[in-house]
Design a protein around this ligand. Structure first.
Ligand SMILES: [Fe+2]
Length: 467
């Protein structure tokens, strides 16, 4: 029997992989097996061959570490000499403090019950996902770009267990192997033309020559945005990658099972929203992805067996915007089209991010039948002043002639990237008359109070709700 022992062998075949050969592969050897300082088990029937193999492996390892160190030094040089001065929104030393200070993993640990008791009928887990970088970069960093860390409280048989684990994404595995922040913060890494070009070149070397990282085959997401349960599986999700399937073990530990593609072999299906919506009546899950090239938005469905269905490209969307969330109603999917635009050419003109605000653009809402086969029935309705980031829920009234959306809205979206806390996020209820394309909006939260990350029981998606 032969198996590969490597931190990321299941993701990326690498010359650093170490082979483990068990005694069962030998028909003659009855002698005890040796164990080297590298935890390599050697079949004694061919020990000289294996010793040579070990020596070669050691040389490859030493060479790989040398390459890692050289590339990491280049990364440091970019941060020291080419980066523009960091500000409070992209300086990791300022961003990763207080509530955002990274924490380590924490093994399953019983929680003492301080007061009262836990009902024995409670059986489940509360899971929180969030950005928590494994390695703090020297260069720019955005608070949304950290590795996904799952905080779990499992309650069962009147006892509670706490555990904290990283989602073991491809990015995490690569960086954990190298011991360094290798993948730049996507949102913040464009920090001046010289640093942007140098960082892009270095990343290309890491991917194409050093073969440290394979984003084409294995993605580059951080799985740090949300947790969702659909198609009978539990996922940690981020919109820059496919979902990672996770599970909560009996002892309360959290295990990453791997990147999940919903039985699709399409090369273009390399990412999807972190906020899919499941219709509880049918079990179908609706999702989408967006990107910097046409079609800028692509809608799709995952059936109740967990199989991805055919894409519906939305060609009527004329630019790439950060469509972070959407909603479903009984018959429709509802997409916000924000002023938060992604434009790679901005980096060339000296802006420090590919994500920014186009204040000349009028925000819109797009409405398309959930089971549309193309975007022929997509209707766009102008929604001036509405940059809806999270759609808490949506539903139909008047036989489908009215669409109601409850969402968080940023009245000062220009602050979203650098001073998120100043982006004036409130909760609004928007009522759209689909025939006349007119809309009414009502503030549901207290004016001036920050309201974000509102959520509700996902089983009520598409159903009219009061609270
Ligand atoms: Fe979100």
């Amino acid at each position: 029997m032969e198996a590969q022992l490597s931190c990321y062998s299941s993701f990326l075949p690498s010359p650093r992989s170490i082979h483990v050969i068990s005694s069962s592969s030998s028909s003659s050897s009855k002698r005890p097996m040796n164990k080297t300082s590298h935890n390599i088990l050697i079949n004694n029937s061919s020990s000289s061959k294996q010793l040579a193999h070990t020596n070669v492996s050691n040389k490859i390892n030493h060479f790989s570490h040398l390459v890692d160190n050289i590339l990491n030094t280049f990364e440091d040089l970019i941060s020291t000499f080419l980066d523009l001065p960091l500000h409070s929104g992209n300086d990791p030393k300022q961003v990763l403090t207080d509530n955002f200070e990274p924490v380590d993993e924490y093994p399953p640990t019983p929680c003492p019950v301080v007061e009262g008791s836990l009902p024995s009928c409670l059986d489940g887990a509360y899971i929180r996902n969030g950005a928590n970088p494994r390695f703090i970069p020297n260069g720019p960093y955005h608070f949304l770009d950290g590795d996904g860390m799952l905080h779990v409280v499992k309650i069962s048989n009147g006892k509670a267990t706490f555990c904290r684990r990283y989602v073991k994404t491809h990015k995490y595995q690569v960086e954990n192997e190298i011991g360094y922040s290798v993948v730049p913060s996507f949102i913040a890494c464009f920090n001046g033309p010289a640093a942007s070009v140098a960082r892009a070149f270095l990343l290309a070397v890491r991917i194409l020559i050093a073969r440290q990282f394979d984003p084409v085959r294995h993605g580059f997401g951080v799985a740090n945005t949300a947790v969702a349960l659909f198609a009978g599986r539990l996922f940690a999700m981020c919109e820059s990658d496919l979902p990672y399937e996770i599970k909560v073990a009996e002892d309360g530990d959290v295990i990453t099972l791997g990147r999940h593609g919903f039985e699709s072999n399409e090369a273009s299906f390399s990412r999807m929203t972190a906020h899919p919506k499941t219709d509880i009546e049918t079990g179908d899950t609706f999702a989408y992805r967006y990107g910097p090239t046409r079609p800028f938005l692509t809608f799709h469905r995952i059936d109740n067996k967990g199989r991805k269905q055919k894409d519906v490209p939305i060609f009527s969307k004329k630019d790439c915007t950060a469509v972070h969330d959407f909603g479903i109603t009984e018959n429709y999917a509802v997409f916000p089209d924000l002023q938060l635009v992604i434009n790679p050419t901005w980096v060339v003109s000296g802006r420090d991010s590919v994500v920014g605000v186009d204040s000349s653009k009028v925000p819109r809402v797009g409405i398309i039948p959930k089971y549309a086969v193309d975007d022929g029935e997509m209707r766009w309705i102008d929604t001036p002043g509405l940059n809806m980031l999270h759609l808490i829920n949506a539903w139909e009234e008047d036989g489908g002639n009215t669409i109601v959306i409850v969402a968080t809205n940023s009245w000062k979206v220009e602050h979203f990237m650098e001073k998120f806390e100043c982006s004036d996020l409130t909760l609004v209820k928007v009522t759209i008359d689909v025939k006349t394309k007119s809309l009414k909006r009502r503030l549901l939260s207290v004016a001036g109070r920050f309201h974000e990350y509102v959520t509700m029981n996902p089983a009520y998606a598409s159903k009219k709700n009061r609270h």
